[in-house]
Design a binder for this molecule. Structure first.
Ligand code: 13P
Length: 249
C-alpha cells in the first residue's frame, strides 16, 4: 500500500507571516494520520518553517539544490546544507527550472544524485508542454525525462525516488489535466518502472501537479496510479491546502 503524499510548492512566494500561519493552522488542525504532508518554501524561510512546524505533522522540502557539496558556486545551496536545516524532500527537474534556468536531463540527474547522497528524498518532476501534447508526444517526452534518470540509478536508489507528473500546460493556468489524462500518463510511468522491477513499480510514489485545488483534488487522487499531489497556487492558502490534504486521507 502506497502512503499518500501532498506537497505544497510555494515557488518564489510566501513570507514569514505565511510560515507562521501554516504553523498555527496545522498544529490546530487534525491532518489524516495516513497522509504525509510536505511544505516547500523558498530557502530563506526554511529555518523559520522548521521552528513553526515543530508541533505539526508538516515536513519540510526544498525547491532545488546544487549538485556539488560545497565550493565556489555563488548563489547556490547544497544538499548537505538543506539536510542540516531539517529538510527531508527536494524537488528536482521542476518545469520552471527546466524552462527558465535551462536545466537539462543531465543536470537534473546530477541534482537528484546529490539529493540521494545527502539523504534527501528527491521528487523528480516531469511533464510535457502543450505543443508536445498536441503533437501526440506526451508519453515519449515524459518517459525520456523519467528514463534518463531511472536507467542510470542502482536499484537501491531507484526505490527512494518520488515522481511528480506535472503537465506544463496545467501549471498555474487553472487548466487541470482530467483525471483520465493524468491517470493514463501515470500508469505509463509505473509500467515503465515495472520494466526494471515489478515490485519496485508497485512501491513507486506518483504525484500529480498542475492546478490541483480543493475542488478537483479528490477526483484526481481517486485514480489508481495517483498517490498524491504537488500543489502550487493552492498551497499558499492554509484552508485550501488543508482541504487537499483531507481529500488524500
Ligand atoms: P499550480 O498548482 O499553481 O498549477 O503549480 C503546480 C506546480 O508547479 C507545483 O510544483
Amino acid at each position: 500500500m502506497r502512503r499518500p503524499l501532498i506537497a505544497g510548492n510555494w515557488k518564489m512566494n510566501g513570507s514569514t507571516a505565511l510560515v507562521k500561519a501554516f504553523g498555527e493552522a496545522f498544529s490546530a488542525a487534525k491532518l489524516p494520520a495516513s497522509v504525509d504532508v510536505v511544505v516547500i518554501p523558498p530557502f530563506p524561510y526554511l529555518e523559520a518553517a522548521r521552528q513553526a512546524f515543530n508541533d505539526t505533522p508538516l515536513k519540510l522540502g526544498a525547491q532545488t539544490l546544487n549538485p556539488q557539496h560545497s565550493g565556489a558556486h555563488t548563489g547556490e545551496v547544497s544538499g548537505g546544507m538543506l539536510q542540516e536545516f531539517g529538510v527531508e524532500y527536494v524537488l528536482v527537474g521542476h518545469s520552471e527550472r527546466r524552462q527558465l534556468y535551462r536545466e537539462n536531463d543531465e543536470q537534473v540527474f546530477d541534482r537528484l544524485m546529490a539529493a540521494l547522497a545527502s539523504g534527501l528524498t528527491p521528487i523528480l518532476c516531469v511533464g510535457e508542454t502543450l505543443e508536445e501534447r498536441d503533437a501526440d508526444r506526451t508519453m515519449e517526452v515524459v518517459l525520456r525525462q523519467v528514463g534518463y534518470v531511472m536507467a542510470r540509478l542502482e536499484t537501491a536508489h531507484r526505490t527512494k525516488v518520488i515522481i511528480a507528473y506535472e503537465p506544463v500546460w496545467a501549471i498555474g493556468t487553472g487548466r487541470t489535466a482530467t483525471p483520465e489524462q493524468a491517470q493514463e500518463v501515470m500508469a505509463g510511468i509505473r509500467a515503465y518502472q515495472a520494466s526494471f522491477d515489478i515490485a519496485l513499480a508497485e512501491q513507486l510514489k506518483l504525484l500529480y501537479g498542475g492546478s490541483m485545488n480543493a475542488n478537483n483534488a479528490a477526483e484526481l487522487l481517486a485514480q489508481p496510479d495517483i498517490d498524491g499531489g504537488l500543489v502550487g497556487g493552492a498551497s499558499l492558502k492554509t484552508d485550501d491546502f488543508y482541504a487537499i490534504c483531507q481529500s488524500a486521507g
